[in-house]
Design a protein around this ligand. Structure first.
Ligand code: PHE
Length: 450
């Protein structure tokens, strides 16, 4: 193991980093798209219930295991076991988490590359370089390789700089910019014709839809992805947190910020869809299904920006800057999962580990780019639909059943002396043992059956 482990310098530093990890393409791209394709406000309601009922307790499991172990995900999980078999399984779950985190990063890098390419388009418009603009917004292997690798190097550069100087510094700088940009864009879009209709769809739930199994499954998957759960990200960030901080409180803040930004992003995207529709774009087919699906923002939004005239150039630039920033504070947290293990388990230092792992993951991105139709959706489904919920169950089981109960309770109360009177203390330890794994498994098995 080379060198001492880093730490976040303050509570704010941790919150910015963990919220930075949570707030990503999942919030600004995934959540509004899912909301639009699952009937609007009903999805939003179920999402928030599941985020607090299932995702928050699972987040707590990760933070608690991480801070207790003060180590990377493999050492942390294997260290909880008292018998060789549980230690072996712990290490296995840890490696599975690392593989999934790396695979998520491999497709995330490609999507983030698109965001950066679209960020360049308004610049070419201002410069009058129309051909370049068309190249930037047209799918091609070359474009994807250039912008994907640019984004990958940015991620490696920040992670190579360490916890405080890399992760914390950049999350603390970028998160306020992100929130500022988001708010400015909302104010602008809400003044456009058609926006109010979108706002209604977003805010007034059709209660008959809340029991739809597809809606519930989509909401659960989205909540886990959005809070960066299952793959060890939050576990590793928890391991860089001092014992003086209250985990239940910080976990709740991160959950609130994540849900808050997802909700706010919806306030932008859903009305924007209706503004685009008002301007003549076809968004839903006759059956009321979203036509564009996941590529929604690359079709709807640029055409919306175009329809805004000169202001659209600026708004488009701001929007894709927002997306790129959100992606970056998340991608660094994914890369930290394998890097922390390599730094702690081999003789390589942080920079060497970062570039070795970062380049390997980019090699996977390259493979996906060259075999896009075959691999892109496959990797997304394998990681987010199947692996994340299963890993989430495993982490709840490790916190609830494998971790020594006295140690678990000691970790919960460290930094929160009066916790014994709280609701959290009374409910969570039992909840994470029984309710969480069972509910996640039920939802998961339904998604397999469907
Ligand atoms: N939470 C991130 C988002 O919403 C994605 C993510 C998943 C980040 C897993 C880290 C680990 O985009």
């Amino acid at each position: 193991m080379s060198g001492a482990r880093g730490q976040f310098s303050s509570k704010t530093g941790f919150v910015m980093a963990a919220a930075g990890s949570a707030v990503g393409l999942g919030n600004i791209w995934g959540f509004p798209t899912q909301t639009a394709s699952n009937g609007g406000a009903a999805f939003v309601m179920v999402y928030f219930i599941l985020a607090f009922l299932l995702a928050y307790p699972a987040l707590m499991a990760e933070l608690i295991i991480g801070r207790h172990a003060n180590a990377n995900v493999v050492s942390a999980l294997s260290g909880l076991g008292r018998k060789p078999l549980t230690r072996f399984i712990g290490a296995g779950v840890g490696y599975y988490g690392i593989i999934v985190a790396s695979l998520i990063l491999s497709f995330y890098t490609i999507v983030a590359g698109w965001m950066i390419a679209y960020l360049g388009e308004p610049v070419t418009a201002v410069l009058g370089a129309e051909e370049a603009g068309t190249w930037l917004t047209t799918d091609s292997v070359t474009r994807n390789l250039i912008f994907g690798s640019g984004f990958a190097f940015l991620t490696m550069w920040i992670i190579g700089s360490g916890i405080e100087n890399g992760i914390e510094r950049w999350s603390t700088r970028l998160m306020p910019v992100l929130i500022g940009l988001l708010l400015c864009l909302i104010v602008y879009v809400l003044t456009q014709d058609g926006a109010m209709e979108g706002l209604k769809v977003y805010l007034l739930p059709d209660l008959s839809r809340v029991t739809d199994p597809k809606l519930i499954i989509d909401a659960l998957g989205q909540a886990f992805f959005s809070l960066s759960l299952g793959v060890g990200t939050m576990l590793v960030y928890g391991s860089y947190l001092s014992k003086e901080e209250s985990l239940p409180r910080l976990g709740a803040i991160v959950t609130f910020v994540d849900c808050g930004i997802a909700f706010t992003a919806g306030l932008l995207i859903i009305p924007a869809i209706y503004v685009a529709q008002h301007n003549g774009l076809t968004i839903y087919n006759d059956a009321g299904e979203l036509i564009a699906g996941p590529s929604l923002i690359f079709q709807v939004l640029p055409s919306l920006f175009d329809s805004m005239g000169a202001a659209g150039t600026f708004v488009g630039f701001a929007f894709f800057a927002l997306m790129s920033i959100a992606a970056l504070t998340s991608s660094i947290s994914m890369l930290e999962v394998p890097v922390s293990m390599t730094v702690e388990k081999t003789k390589l230092n942080r920079k060497q580990s970062t570039y070795l792992i970062g380049l390997t993951i980019f090699a996977i991105s390259t493979t996906i780019i060259f075999n896009f139709d075959l691999l892109f959706t496959f990797v997304i489904d394998f990681t987010t639909k199947y692996s994340e919920p299963l890993l989430g169950v495993m982490l709840c089981i490790f916190a609830g059943w494998v971790m020594h109960r006295d140690k678990l309770l000691a970790e919960v109360s460290a930094g929160h002396p009066d916790i014994e009177n709280s609701f959290f203390w009374k409910i969570w330890p039992t909840y994470v043992r029984f309710v969480c794994p069972v509910l996640i498994l039920i939802t998961f098995s339904q998604s397999m059956a469907g």
